[in-house]
Design a protein around this ligand. Structure first.
Ligand code: SF4
Length: 64
């Protein structure tokens, strides 16, 4: 099962991840990403992977 890893200290609040996969990522009031569901089903892999790779500061990772 895949797992979303977020390095919260690296997040700069660009919101790309939230825009691409809002079921999994959300910015909190401080503009730091929150992972809403860290274990996406295989059926969402492509969407989550795209969102992870869209992060301009590489704060997100997908672990298998
Ligand atoms: S795309 Fe990266 S920097 Fe932007 S909110 Fe998501 S984790 Fe943070």
């Amino acid at each position: 099962m895949m797992e979303i890893i977020a390095v919260f200290q690296a997040c700069e609040g660009h919101g790309m991840c939230e825009a691409m996969a809002h079921d999994y990522f959300e910015l909190d009031d401080d503009g730091v990403v929150q992972v809403l569901d860290a274990a996406p089903p295989e059926s969402d892999r492509e969407m989550v992977d795209s969102a992870v790779r869209s992060c301009p500061v590489a704060a997100l990772r997908l672990r298998d």
